[in-house]
Ligand binder design. Structure first.
Ligand code: DGY
Length: 330
């Protein structure tokens, strides 16, 4: 239906959410597999009241200027929103929405899958078989650390970090965590989790799983010095945001045996270039930012992002606003 508020949807999202938008708005949908190039994006949002963005679309002053003063809402199809200058949106009275909660377990599933795959060297084993190297059962073949009963250090103990802890409990793991502040005792007790300063957590953990937002403070949180605090037998898992890890420092740490392995769902930059040195290492597993990629979860993210967009263009409070302060004084 053409009619209703003008909106731009920056990629095809699962149908349930897309239908909600198309049925209620004068919607233009970017049909490309790749994100709209910047100039196309800026052209497409001119005059829109709402934009449904992805983490590949940068929302900054330039974006907001080009959209125009009638813009009411930016609905980000992700729980993370480091692609959005939230302060700039708030200054202009633009509500920002995200999709928290629905992807927690799916993301934790992938974090745990990466942890196990890196520890038990599953991608290496698969490559070994496919390249016709498998000749016999080998006592020393593809040895790695045990997952069960090991110590996991979870950096960022919010929703997803705790869901990883829940999985770790099933493997009899000892759980350490670090966050900006210690969590209430009832949260710690639920997982038998112990708060430690980052340096101590890194020194004790067999597995380190990152679950922090990307901010100025967490950019390159895992630099050469902190990687150096980890055990040489340890595995680093990153399903948060690529820039939380310094890629050059990680390459050197993996190459030089400072740590045993890394498993990354996110890289810096994304996509990781084909000739990135990390991709030359057998002890580095990389998947293309798929932590939330189950059919059910992506569907829920779509309806949630659509609900935020529709609420915004109707001057209603977003179901899940990132900047609730935008409503102060309204
Ligand atoms: C997010 O939601 O922030 C993920 O990175 C993509 O689902």
């Amino acid at each position: 239906m053409a009619g209703g508020p003008r909106v731009f949807v920056a990629r095809v999202i699962p149908d349930d959410g897309l239908r909600m938008v198309i049925d209620a708005c004068d919607a233009r949908v970017w049909e490309g597999e790749l994100p709209p190039p910047r100039d196309e994006l800026l052209r497409a949002i001119e005059g829109c009241e709402g934009v449904l963005t992805l983490l590949t679309d940068r929302v900054d002053d330039e974006f907001l200027d080009r959209a125009g003063p009638q813009l009411k809402v930016v609905s980000n199809y992700a729980v993370g929103f480091d692609n959005v200058d939230v302060a700039a949106c708030t200054r202009r009275g633009v509500a920002v929405g995200n999709t928290p909660g629905v992807l927690t377990d799916t993301t934790a599933d992938l974090a745990f899958a990466l942890l196990m795959a890196a520890a038990r060297r599953i991608p290496e084993g698969d490559r070994y078989v496919r390249s016709s190297q498998w000749r016999t059962w080998g006592p020393m073949l593809l040895l790695g650390p045990d997952v069960h009963s090991a110590t996991i250090g979870i950096v960022g103990f919010g929703r997803i970090g705790q869901a990883v802890a829940q999985r770790a409990l099933g493997f009899g793991m000892r759980i350490l965590y670090h966050d900006v502040a210690r969590l209430p005792a009832e949260v710690e007790d639920r997982y038998g989790a112990r708060f430690l300063p980052l340096e101590e957590l890194l020194a004790q953990a067999d597995f380190v799983s990152l679950h922090v937002n990307l901010t100025a403070e967490t950019r390159h949180l895992m630099n050469a010095e902190r990687l150096g605090w980890m055990k040489p037998t340890a595995v680093l898992v990153n399903t948060s945001r690529g820039p939380v890890v310094d890629p050059k420092a990680l390459f050197e740490a993996l190459r030089d045996g400072v740590i045993f392995a890394a498993a990354l769902d996110v890289t810096d930059p994304e996509p990781i270039p084909f000739d990135d040195p990390l991709l030359t290492l057998d002890n580095c597993l990389v998947v293309p930012h798929i932590a939330s990629a189950s059919r059910a979860t992506r569907g829920k993210m779509a309806t949630m992002a659509a609900a935020n967009l529709l609420a915004g263009v109707r001057d209603e409070r977003l179901p899940t606003p990132v900047n609730p302060e935008v409503y102060e004084g309204r």
